[in-house]
Design a protein around this ligand. Structure first.
Ligand code: WT7
Length: 635
């Protein structure tokens, strides 16, 4: 059991040093002792960041679902694997044991096979937070189909773009979804999306809200009758270590979303190992991550990481405000949650509600609190620590990305002393560094720069689906022989890292990673709009909110600006999703541009942040005169 469960700080340093000195040996030991392999690897690691090419455990054969389900049956068959907490608390929780999960995944996998899905095919999963979401993911993995989950809050346009990009032949969805007191017509969104997706042959529909929906002859099929007929036995497909497990889209600063490709063995090893340590998971714990499985957080730390450890993982369908703002704490008390993992935006929203709603509940089961998705500000950190953890449960501020597959910088609870707003130390095996703008590494402590990683770790995304060149340019070209994260960070006097935020045009709103390009594209579709630029500005709940600068075609146009604002936000909502709506819209006569025509977002960002004291040299702009006008009319 060497090195699998870190218990104190000295051990951390000792294991960390080993993982850096002999990475291959280190990961080989972890892989060897804690997983089920059909065949062991020929080589632990092969890598070249210039191509870039990264391969872990080449030659090994396995199926990740045998590691997440089958191998637990002998000892944990009757233990709850997935604890489903529905939107409406009165519906009552559902406990799915490991044995039930095994049967349900097998049935689902058999249905996929009958419907013609084969190893390597892409399947789009557009399902709300109901058990079928986790089960369909595992069913794909069981037969070697590549799942591409699209968050079920995305619009028809966003869904269609993703379906087409990875050429999915099947979509799995539900009739609709619950969201607090509202229902959402998911199937309607799928129907609209599929008008522009010619290659989708089959749509499987789970029943959740019993709404009246259209079923297209020959294409759409109700899931339940197919499951009822299917066998609950199925031999898992034997996969190669580097076979793709899934695609998950993330926004870039330009262009269409990037389909990050994660492969099988390395992803499994790293998510399982980080889950065990970053949450100090122990048998008997009830672990709850509040994220949606539509994001990487849910893939790695609701589904794969916890199940690979034989844990009980909670899936919550609802929202923090329904039936009231005490819902999270009600769930913690009811299920005696031991590890609670959420996002700063949720903490800030709940902190606004006052502590009475917290004090009603017994939160004494909690041992570890987690935060992820964006920098956690000092005030939110203390509120979380004082009111939820009662000063007793360490907060792990965990930094990572869709691209990294697993947690990269984090305190290990009860091991690493925490410090508010600091993600603290690199996880075992992770070699971060800070770079200056000239591409030089900043050595020593008390430095600030761009955060890069020097050496591969097992769960790094291997490519962008269909566009390896873009993968290389985005992550491996900014700094020689290093993975560039897109984030800025500082390292304090003891070597703790603090993530300071994105240094590119990605904006994190309520923990959701939004690229500027698709939002600007949506705005520019409006017939009255000539061009637009969006930037983030500080927001007390969302972390950052969106500020749009929009130039109209006919500047003298007499159209009502408030109506235009509503129309533009509606377009964004339709094209990208409601989370991307603009909080502020300023109509301008022009946008500041470089001589090569690139919009100077840096200046617009400063104006949105109300920090115009130091705009830098604007004399080199193509149109410096527009800057003063924008400042004068800023919102
Ligand atoms: C970006 C990645 C990783 C799962 C959720 C987001 C920001 C994430 C932290 C943190 C400061 C953070 C970074 C990163 N971020 N966690 N603990 N402290 N910033 O995944 O959508 O791929 O976004 O989220 O800017 O690059 P994602």
């Amino acid at each position: 059991m060497s090195n699998y469960h870190i218990k104190h700080l000295e051990e951390y340093y000792q294991v960390y040093r080993k993982s850096v000195r002999e990475p291959e040996h280190f990961w080989e030991e972890i892989a060897e002792e804690h997983f089920l392999w059909r065949k062991k690897w020929d080589k632990v690691l092969e890598w070249d960041f210039t191509k870039p090419e990264i391969k872990w455990f080449e030659g090994a054969k396995l199926n990740i679902t045998e590691n997440c389900i089958d191998r637990h049956l002998a000892t944990r068959g009757d233990k709850t694997a997935i604890l489903f907490e529905p939107n409406n608390p009165e519906e009552g929780a559902e406990h799915i044991t490991y044995r039930q999960l095994y049967h349900r995944v097998n049935k689902f996998a058999n249905v996929l096979k009958e419907q013609g899905v084969k190893k390597g095919d892409r399947v789009c999963i557009y399902v709300p937070m109901i058990p079928e979401l986790a089960i369909s993911i595992l069913a794909c993995a069981r037969i070697g189909a590549i799942h591409s989950v699209v968050f079920a809050g995305f619009s028809a346009t966003a869904l269609a773009t993703r379906i087409n990009d990875s050429d999915c032949k099947m979509v799995i969805t539900s009739d609709g979804s619950y969201r607090g007191a509202k229902t959402i017509d998911l199937k309607g969104i799928v129907d609209e999306a599929l008008e522009s997706c010619d290659n989708v042959e089959t749509v499987l529909v789970a029943k959740r809200i019993n709404s009246n929906i259209n079923m297209k002859e020959g294409r759409d099929k109700w899931l339940q009758p197919l499951l009822d007929k299917a066998s609950d036995q199925l031999k898992a497909e034997v996969m190669n270590a580097e076979d793709p497990l899934f695609i998950l889209y993330t926004s870039g600063s330009t262009g269409k979303p990037k389909g990050m490709v994660h492969t099988t063995a390395g992803y499994m090893v790293y998510t399982a190992y980080t889950f065990k340590n970053a949450f100090q998971y122990r048998e008997g714990d009830v672990y709850w991550c509040t994220a949606d499985i539509g994001w990487i957080t849910g893939h790695s730390y609701i589904v794969y990481g916890p199940l690979a450890n034989g844990a009980t993982t909670v899936m919550f369908e609802g929202v923090p405000s329904y039936p009231d703002f005490g819902r999270f704490w009600d769930i913690v008390e009811k299920h005696k949650i031991t590890q609670f993992y959420t996002a700063p935006t949720a903490i800030r929203a709940l902190a606004k509600q006052g502590v009475e709603l917290v004090e009603k509940y017994n939160l004494s089961s909690l041992k570890v609190l987690g935060s992820v998705g964006e920098p956690i500000n000092e005030e939110a950190w203390h509120w979380y620590n004082d009111n939820i953890g009662k000063g007793q449960s360490p907060i792990i501020d965990s930094w990572w990305q869709t691209e990294t597959g697993g947690i990269m910088i984090t305190p290990i609870p009860y091991v690493t002393p925490t410090k508010p707003t600091y993600a603290t130390l690199p996880f075992i095996g992770i070699q971060p560094c800070l770079m200056d703008e000239n591409g030089e590494e900043l050595k020593g402590n008390q430095v600030e720069g761009r955060l890069c990683i020097k050496y591969p770790w097992p769960s790094i995304a291997r490519t962008i689906w269909g566009n390896h060149q873009r993968y290389k340019e985005t992550y491996f070209s900014a700094f020689n022989n290093k993975y560039f994260t897109g984030d800025g960070a500082l390292r304090d006097e003891v070597g703790y890292y603090r993530i300071t935020g994105r240094v590119d045009d990605v904006i994190i709103v309520s923990g959701h990673n939004l690229g500027t390009a698709p939002i600007e594209d949506a705005i520019n579709e409006h017939p009255a709009v000539s061009e637009s630029a969006i930037v983030g500005f500080p927001h007390d709940v969302k972390g950052s909110a969106l500020y749009g600068y929009i130039t109209l075609k006919d500047v003298g146009e007499s159209r009502n600006h408030d109506n235009l604002r509503i129309e533009i936000n509606q377009l964004i909502s339709d094209r990208v999703g409601p989370i991307a709506k603009l909080d502020k819209i300023q109509f301008t006569n022009g946008l500041p541009k470089t001589r090569s025509g690139k919009i100077m977002r840096r200046i617009l960002r400063k104006i949105a942040e109300k920090d115009t004291s130091n705009l830098g040299d604007i004399s080199t702009l193509l149109n410096p005169e527009c800057v003063q006008e924008i400042i004068d009319n800023a919102l």
